[in-house]
Design a protein around this ligand. Structure first.
Ligand code: HEC
Ligand code: HEC
Length: 278
């Protein structure tokens, strides 16, 4: 992270005087899994906001909304396809917790058409304590920077849509609610949870693969060491280098706790080949 940005964030967090919210205020979504990121359950006050800040990195909120959460231009094309990731620092005060939860779990905005590109499909799977902590962190953002125009469709948007790079958020929520990554028992619940809210965004609802990312069922064939290296660096020891995965490994997965990374690896190794449909 650039020093300036981390300084700004640090000062925002230090100056924060928001009231602590009642943890019981967020109820689990139907697709939530019986697990949370490490440290979610017990966290209150500053620890809860720190947890939410870490989740915002793991879940990639700041990959799309910018390191400073001020948003920006996503796709800019002379043919008229424009997508902007909102300036969260300015938009947060206009959204109640209830509206925010609906937005993250259904991709529905209280005052706009269906949202573009917001990964509600996977965010609906966040546990209640994780959702609560994420919101507590977002409430510490001080309004700064400019607002962006609402996205409008165009040729570029259409092409990105056809290619499966972007989607309208509510479209996939139902599919992701019904198709969860395979259950490999309680001992592997944390790994399954981490995969279901991170990897699933690109590798598919049940990790079965999509038009833009390969299936994760069967990656156990790579072996645990090679998988561990891939998650750390986005590169494999056989010289194969991954573009998107490198980005994900460096930007997002580096903020996983060791216990979460280990649990994820255990789960991936146990995943095995895809299950036959019933
Ligand atoms: C893949 C990119 C992407 C990721 C990841 C992402 N967002 Fe978004 N988000 C967007 C885009 C694009 C919009 C604007 C969509 C629109 O207006 O149709 C948006 C809109 C929003 C809005 C609505 C704000 C408004 O304009 O009123 C909120 C709140 C939000 N995102 C929060 C989050 C949070 C919290 C996370 C992380 C858990 C997150 N986003 C992750 C792309 C993303
Ligand atoms: C933003 C999209 C995205 C996310 C999120 C993502 N991946 Fe990937 N992943 C890809 C793409 C695309 C590829 C194909 C190679 C490339 O272009 O990087 C890939 C490739 C891989 C491969 C290599 C498969 C092979 O046979 O070499 C593994 C393993 C993998 N991802 C695991 C994961 C895991 C585990 C997670 C979650 C912790 C994850 N990925 C999250 C997009 C993503």
């Amino acid at each position: 992270m650039r020093p300036l940005v981390s300084m700004i964030l640090a000062s925002l967090l230090a100056g924060c005087t928001m009231p602590v919210e009642d943890p019981a205020s967020v109820e689990a979504a139907p697709a939530a899994m019986p697990a949370s990121f490490v440290g979610a359950e017990a966290a209150t006050g500053d620890a809860k906001r720190d947890h939410g800040k870490r989740l915002s990195v793991v879940l990639g909120c700041n990959s799309c909304h910018g390191a400073d959460y001020r948003g920006g231009n996503y796709s800019d094309d002379p043919d008229g396809g424009f997508i902007f990731a909102s300036n969260l620092t300015r938009r947060m005060p206009d959204l109640t917790d209830e509206q925010l939860i609906k937005l993250m779990r259904e991709g529905v905005h209280p005052r706009r058409d269906a949202l573009w590109y917001m990964p509600a499909k996977t965010l609906q799977r966040l546990s209640a304590p994780d959702t609560d902590a994420l919101i507590a962190f977002l409430r510490t953002l001080e309004p700064a920077g400019r607002d962006w125009p609402l996205p409008r469709g165009g040729e570029a948007t259409g092409a990105l849509l056809d290619y499966g790079i972007i989607d309208q958020s509510p479209a996939l929520v139902e599919e992701y609610r019904r198709n969860l990554p395979p259950d490999r028992g309680n001992a592997l619940a944390l790994g399954r949870y981490v995969a279901s809210v991170t990897c699933s965004e690109c590798h598919g609802a049940a990790l079965q693969g999509t038009s833009s990312a390969p299936p994760l069922t069967g990656v156990s064939a790579l072996g645990r060491e090679r998988l561990a290296m891939l998650l750390r660096t986005g590169t494999r020891d056989d010289g194969m280098s991954h573009g998107v995965m490198k980005f994900v490994a460096v930007r997002n997965l580096s903020s996983l706790e060791d216990a979460e990374r280990d649990a994820l690896l255990d789960y991936l190794v146990a995943l095995g080949p895809p299950e036959k449909a019933e």
